[in-house]
Design a protein around this ligand. Structure first.
Ligand SMILES: [Zn+2]
Length: 321
């Protein structure tokens, strides 16, 4: 099955559920790219056995790079702080507080090794290194990301797929993957590799969209974190826990994000349509006023455990545990 994509062809194929292997699904929604204008429509389905939401038919692995424009933001350095001033500072503070919890930070020293998978330009690694003095490592498939990380922060990034990396097993104290797992076509193998690279009692920290959020139900295919067609799998607390348990880790806790960014993205789609038209592009995304107004609501969503983004903290168990 092929979908025409401008001057190139994006090929798709039917795939079984990456979590449980079942081929039984129910249709969830049809969606299109509202952010970067990749041509075509893509189906999302729900696995009848385990509940995983995934794109099916799915973009074939060799065509996945075509889904990312050369100016794809996470592959470049960004500086929102200038644009949003203190509001952005506050959101960044709240987000970073959630990202790596204090008790994990406190265990890191200059002998600890932290790996960020899908590290983009390396700004998060740089921040962790500054705070703790630990050794930082990254992996990303983007040449832009690798160059930016080297130039801005002096961090050497392994360019390629985590599954092809050559670090020895039991090497890292902490492995993080922020907004990464939903982009890969084989999350099961990715998590398996991350678990092997972790030391016993090491932490795996995954930041992912939460398909069980209230906003996912409300906005459907206009839900900002759907990010069709770049998001191939969409997780819930239940399905991500199944995946993690499968590889010998235990989920210790899940943090529910309280920032309003993704809600504002969804409202942008609802009010102004696809975020492609130069006349309306990012009209709401840069509204300071809306950020402040929406915050009490997204704080409530966080308290009710139904926010758009979750951060999962899992720990590798000792062999005899
Ligand atoms: Zn399944």
């Amino acid at each position: 099955m092929q979908i025409f994509n401008g001057s190139s062809m994006i090929k798709t194929h039917l795939v079984p559920c990456n979590l449980c292997g079942s081929k039984n699904t129910s249709f969830i929604c049809k969606a299109r790219d509202r952010l970067h204008g990749v041509e075509g429509e893509f189906n999302y389905v729900k696995c009848s056995e385990c509940g995983l939401i995934y794109m099916n038919p799915q973009v074939v692995p060799e065509d996945i790079p075509q889904l990312y424009p050369s100016n794809y933001a996470p592959h470049h350095s960004r500086n929102k702080k200038k644009r949003f001033g203190f509001i952005s500072e506050l959101c960044s503070y709240l987000t970073s507080m959630a990202k790596i919890r204090k008790e994990i930070y406190n265990c890191l020293d200059n002998e600890s090794r932290v790996l960020d998978v899908g590290c983009g330009s390396g700004s998060i690694l740089n921040d962790i290194r500054k705070r703790t003095g630990c050794q930082v490592y990254g992996v990303d498939i983007s040449e832009n990301a690798v160059q930016t990380a080297k130039e801005l922060y002096g961090i050497d990034i392994f360019k390629g797929d985590i599954k092809d990396s050559t670090w020895q097993d039991n090497y890292f104290d902490v492995i993080t993957a922020w907004q990464y797992l939903e982009h890969v076509n084989d999350p099961n193998q990715n998590v398996e590799k991350m678990c092997r690279l972790l030391k016993n009692s090491g932490w795996l920290i995954l930041g992912i969209p939460n398909y069980k959020s209230l906003h996912a139900k409300w906005f459907k295919n206009k839900w900002f974190p759907l990010d069709c067609p770049r998001h191939l799998c969409l997780w819930s607390p239940q399905t991500i826990t199944k995946l993690i348990n499968k590889h010998g880790l235990k989920v210790e806790y899940i943090v529910y994000d309280m920032t309003p960014w993704s809600l504002i993205g969804s409202l942008q789609y609802l009010i102004y349509g696809d975020n492609l038209n130069p006349g309306t592009k990012n009209r709401l995304m840069y509204s300071r006023c809306l950020l402040v107004l929406m915050f009490p609501w997204t704080l409530l969503m966080s308290l009710l455990k139904c926010s758009d983004v979750i951060i999962v903290y899992a720990r590798k168990q000792q062999a005899n545990e």
